[in-house]
Structure formats: structure tokens, C-alpha cells
Design a protein around this ligand. Structure first.
Ligand code: ATP
Ligand code: MG
Length: 570
């Protein structure tokens, strides 16, 4: 792979390395919340966090930000780990969990209370919202803001002991109710939630809020550069306030730092633009809705922008990493064309995928002048440009299949495929001519009676013009396969646009077409799950990793050979 493109985050890291700020250390983290499967947007964050760590001899942690147990699960944890490994990245040391810092986070909350920097607020959630004010009006102070340290410690201890129901109290940082930044108006840092946690069980009836837990977790893991998406820009003052208000020596003592306290540097949050892609929705809430309401067949449905969906669709880790690198890292939001993602996989498969022939809509061809008891073996290269990929054998006999769409009884002008009385070349084989069309009662062609020219194997007939080459498979030796033709899940460029009442109104009704009874060349019988092929003239396909069995071989279309949407939208 080409080295990653430079960007403003790499500049900052290089400056920090030059100034010796972190004594040469680069420590990043990827912090997913285990409340869904990873999507291609997360891949951008993964490539960035693991990528910069790799480039600068640093380390990247995987930390589950599991502070909201009601929405989280072990299933999501497992899928996230598998997806990161599949992309080819390695996290440093053990997997971390914000929940394993709950004890320390609790200690730091006590420290804030003792310092008069946090208080227990007893406003109801509705009242608290009302007191918070708006973007244009300042907030009002909670009537509990000036509780004594003793009373706060007592109430917080009882919150922690599980004495109060959900929502009865919260712990808030005491910052500034008049701040123009709403995040600084005494944000809640702990709330009561009587929920069992997937890691800590029922140890805790209170849970820290993300903004509070995240910065402290970063500090405890000695993160140098905490990279996150732009929506956290307004949260940065809170990130800094919490770390600067806590006693630095106690942060150092709680951290996994192996350096002396004077070398301990607090992490810096840096925001970058999230990845958006047209014809795609990326919010986990919406992806979850598509799954739970049955619009797709699970999180790893090949139409989903999840990494497990893209994988099942036939995307390779290389293509996704290349795409993320091309999409770049910027400070301002933009929308990337999904054609760029499709280009990345085409580009990778063009060089790596063996060629094969598969007839999606079989139409029988009988070669009247080919002896019924004869058969020969044709040898075709697996790749037109890469001899190292070897060759494959295809039996050739009297009966074949071609694709129904490659025949027109009465051809339109400049038609390059087969028509009555015309000639075409079979890929890697002979030139044939159609002499007769056999039709069913509806007038649909069901068989073509053709003749072949024995002098045309691998040579062009002198003085005759054979314009087209079509793919084919032998009738007897071919393998029956099911082919799932996937297309974009949405047919509107921006399903999230304000002019659209519901993004689900933009679902493409033709995003999946199942073709059973397709006929593939015999070499595909042994194709391994997930292996990718170019079906000549049809596109790139892969063996479905779950549904394909030796008895029922299933291929998914990864992408067409060319961008078929460009002319529609263009
Ligand atoms: P979503 O908004 O899709 O629910 P999230 O931000 O809630 O995503 P997290 O699990 O918290 O999901 O994300 C883990 C990391 O991935 C965070 O650092 C987040 O900023 C980053 N991330 C999430 N979505 C994108 C995106 N579209 N582009 C780049 N990074 C993203
Ligand atoms: Mg998030």
C-alpha cells in the first residue's frame, strides 16, 4: 500500500514529536460504544487512530466506551473486535473497557465533590432541562447547587448504594450556568440507572456520563492524542475542564503511566470531520432500525454500510483502507461519493480476482454440427494480465448455456452479441452462428440451434467480421448456483435530507434480486467462502460466507464492472 496521505492531525503529531511534548510517545485509542455494529464511518476512525500509531511507532488501544449498559451487549463487542481484526489492525495489549475504570471514576467524582466542584442535584430530568436554558438564553442555577460538601458526599454515597430510583438525583459538575456553551452549564456526570451491565453485572446503580468517563479514561491510558469527530468540538472545554480540575498527581497515580509524574502530560482532544457517503445512512440508530424492522436481513446484510455487511458483500480490507485514505481527514464536513467506495473495490479486485464465467439467465445452445459423443477441454487463463494466477479448464461439448440477454432475434443497430443468422465468439472458444430459434408457447426463445466453426479456436476467421465475444458454460459440466444481485440500498442521494419525510421512503425496492438456477463454470464448484471472482462481463462476485454450502453455492454481487449509476444521477 502507498503510505497514508498527510493531514492536519499528522502535522500536530509531528510537531509534538519535534517538541518532545510526550517524550516521543504516540498513544491513540479507538473507543466504540458497543451498541451496534461498526460501519464504514468507523473504519475511517479506525484507519486514522491505528494508522497514525503505526506510522509513528506508537500504540493504539481498543477501548469499549461502555457507560450506557441499557443499549449495549456482548454481541456488539464480539462483532467490533472481529471487524477491527478483519481490517488488519492490532490493538495494543488487552482490550480495555471504560467500565473497568468505574471504581477510579467514582474516586475522581468524590475528589470533585470534596473540592466543591461537583454537587448532587435533585431536579427532575424535565426541570433540569428547563433550567439548562437554550442557545440564546442562559441557564439558571439549580436550587441544590450550594449544598454542603458533607451533604453531597452523603447523597452521592446513597446514590451509589442504590437507595434512590432512576432519575431521582444526579451528580453535576459545578462550572457555569451562564456559559454560552451549553455543555459547560453544570453538566451531569453521574446518573442513577438500575441496569445490569454486561461487564460489571449489578455492581453499579449509577453510571458515569460519556463526557466525564471519556477524558479520564484517556488520561488513565496515557493517551497522547484523543481523536474524535467534530460533534465533540463543543465538548472539548468540558474535556479539558475535568482533567484540569482533577489533581494531576492523582490522575498520574491512577494511570498506567510508567513515566515519572513530571513527564505525565494530559491528553489532547482533536476533532476531525466524520465520514458521510451519499446513497447511504450512517447513524447507528437508523441502521439498527433497518435491522430490527426487517428492511434488511441483519447487521451484516450485504447492502448495509456496516463492515460486516461490506465484508459479506465481497469488499476486501485493502479496498476499505484505501478508500478511507482517499476520503482523507479534514476539519470540515463533506459527503463522499459512494462511487469512490465502489471504485476502491473494483480496483482491488481487478488485479486480484480470478476470472470465471457464470451465466445468470441461462439460454440453451445446441451446436448441431458438434458430435454428440465428443468433448474437449479448453484452457483459459485465470487473469488476462497476471500469468501467475494460472489457468482453469472448461469442458466444451455440444450443449452449452449462454445468457438470454446476449441474444436478440432481431438485433438493434450495432448489436455485438448473438442474433439469428449472425456470428459471435464464445470466450476462449469457437465462433458460432445462430441458425434457428426454438420458442415456447409465449414466443420466448428457449433454445438456439447454432453451428460452430472448428477452424476458429483461438484464431480469427479470415475476412469475416466477428464483432462480439460472449461468455458461456458447458451444459452438462456446469454447476448450479444461486446469485444475489445486490444494488445500493437507497435510491436517493441524501436519504437524510430535510425534504425527505422518512429516510426509509428512499429505500431502493430493487436492492436485492435473487437469481436461482444460474450456471457457473465447473472450477467454481470448489470456490472457498468469501473468495472473490470477476464473472466475465457481469461484475465482481464473492461466495457468501454464511449461506453457501457445497450443495447450494451462493454468490453475492459485490459491484458491477462499471459505475452504472453515474449516467442516472449524472
Ligand atoms: P453513530 O453516530 O453512527 O451512532 P457513534 O459516534 O455513536 O456513531 P461510537 O461507537 O461512539 O459511534 O464511535 C466510535 C468512534 O468512531 C468515535 O470516535 C466516533 O467519533 C467515530 N465515528 C463514528 N462515526 C463516524 C464517522 N461517520 N466517521 C468517522 N468517525 C466516526
Ligand atoms: Mg459516539
Amino acid at each position: 500500500m502507498t503510505p497514508p496521505a498527510s493531514n492536519f492531525i499528522r502535522h500536530i503529531i509531528e510537531q509534538d514529536l519535534a517538541s518532545g511534548k510526550h517524550k516521543g510517545r504516540v498513544q491513540t485509542r479507538f473507543p466504540p460504544e458497543p451498541n451496534g455494529y461498526l460501519h464504514i464511518g468507523h473504519a475511517k476512525s479506525i484507519c486514522l487512530n491505528f494508522g497514525v500509531a503505526e506510522s509513528y511507532d506508537g500504540q493504539c488501544n481498543l477501548r469499549f466506551d461502555d457507560t450506557n449498559p441499557a443499549k449495549e451487549s456482548q454481541e456488539f463487542i464480539n462483532s467490533i473486535k472481529a471487524d477491527i481484526e478483519w481490517l488488519g489492525f492490532h490493538w495494543s495489549g488487552d482490550i480495555r473497557y471504560a467500565s473497568s475504570y468505574f471504581e477510579a471514576l467514582h474516586e475522581f467524582a468524590l475528589q470533585l465533590i470534596r473540592a466543591g466542584k461537583a454537587y448532587v442535584c435533585s431536579l427532575s430530568p424535565d426541570e433540569a432541562r428547563e433550567y439548562r436554558g437554550t442557545l440564546t438564553s442562559p441557564g439558571r442555577e439549580s436550587p441544590n447547587r450550594n449544598r454542603s460538601v458533607e451533604e453531597n458526599l452523603d447523597l452521592f454515597a446513597r446514590m451509589r448504594a442504590g437507595e434512590f430510583p432512576d432519575g431521582a438525583h444526579s451528580l453535576r459538575a459545578k462550572i457555569d450556568m451562564a456559559s454560552p456553551n451549553i455543555n459547560m452549564r453544570d453538566p451531569v456526570i453521574y446518573r442513577i440507572r438500575h441496569v445490569v451491565h454486561h461487564q460489571t453485572g449489578n455492581t453499579w446503580p449509577i453510571y458515569p456520563m460519556y463526557d466525564y468517563a471519556h477524558c479520564i479514561s484517556d488520561a488513565m491510558e496515557c493517551i497522547t492524542h484523543s481523536l474524535c469527530t467534530l460533534e465533540f468540538e463543543d465538548h472539548r472545554p468540558l474535556y479539558d475542564w475535568i482533567l484540569q480540575t482533577l489533581d494531576k498527581d492523582s490522575l498520574h497515580a491512577a494511570s498506567n503511566s510508567t513515566q515519572p509524574a513530571e513527564d505525565y502530560v494530559l491528553p489532547r482532544q482533536i476533532e476531525f470531520a466524520r465520514l458521510n457517503i451519499n446513497y447511504t445512512v450512517m447513524s447507528k440508530r437508523k441502521l439498527k432500525e433497518l435491522v430490527t424492522e426487517g428492511y434488511v436481513n441483519g447487521w451484516d446484510d450485504p447492502r448495509m454500510p456496516t463492515l460486516s455487511g461490506l465484508r459479506r458483500r465481497g469488499y476486501t480490507p485493502e479496498s476499505i483502507r484505501n478508500f478511507c485514505d482517499r476520503a482523507g481527514v479534514a476539519r470540515s464536513e463533506g459527503v463522499v461519493d459512494v462511487a469512490m467506495l465502489e471504485h476502491s473495490i473494483r480496483e482491488h479486485l481487478d488485479t486480484t480476482a480470478p476470472r470465471a464465467m457464470c451465466v445468470l439467465r441461462p439460454l440453451k445452445v445446441t451446436l448441431s454440427n458438434y458430435p454428440a459423443d465428443q468433448q474437449e477441454t479448453l484452457v483459459l487463463p485465470c487473469h488476462p494480465k497476471d500469468e501467475s494466477m494460472g489457468s482453469r479448464e472448461i469442458p466444451f461439448a455440444r450443449e452449452l448455456y449462454i445468457d438470454a440477454s446476449d441474444f436478440e432475434e432481431v438485433p438493434p443497430p450495432k448489436y455485438k452479441r448473438l442474433s439469428l443468422g449472425a456470428e459471435v465468439r464464445l470466450r476462449g472458444g469457437y465462433v458460432i452462428r445462430c441458425d434457428e430459434v426454438v420458442k415456447d408457447a409465449n414466443g420466448t426463445p428457449v433454445e438456439l440451434i447454432c453451428s460452430y466453426d472448428p477452424a476458429t479456436l483461438g484464431v480469427n476467421p479470415e475476412g469475416r467480421k466477428v464483432a462480439g465475444v460472449i461468455h458461456w458454460v458447458p451444459a452438462d459440466a456446469s454447476v448450479d448456483v444461486e446469485v444475489r444481485i445486490y444494488d445500493r440500498l437507497f435510491n436517493k442521494e441524501n436519504p437524510d435530507d430535510k425534504s425527505v419525510a422518512d429516510y426509509k421512503d428512499c429505500l431502493n425496492p430493487d436492492s436485492l434480486q435473487v437469481l436461482s438456477g444460474c450456471k457457473a463454470e465447473p472450477s467454481l464448484r470448489m470456490a472457498a467462502p468469501e473468495s472473490g471472482f470477476q464473472f466475465e462481463r457481469e461484475g465482481y462476485f464473492c461466495v457468501d460466507r454464511y449461506d453457501s454450502t457445497p450443495d447450494r453455492i451462493v454468490f453475492n454481487r459485490t459491484v458491477t464492472l462499471r459505475d452504472s449509476w453515474a449516467k442516472i444521477s449524472g
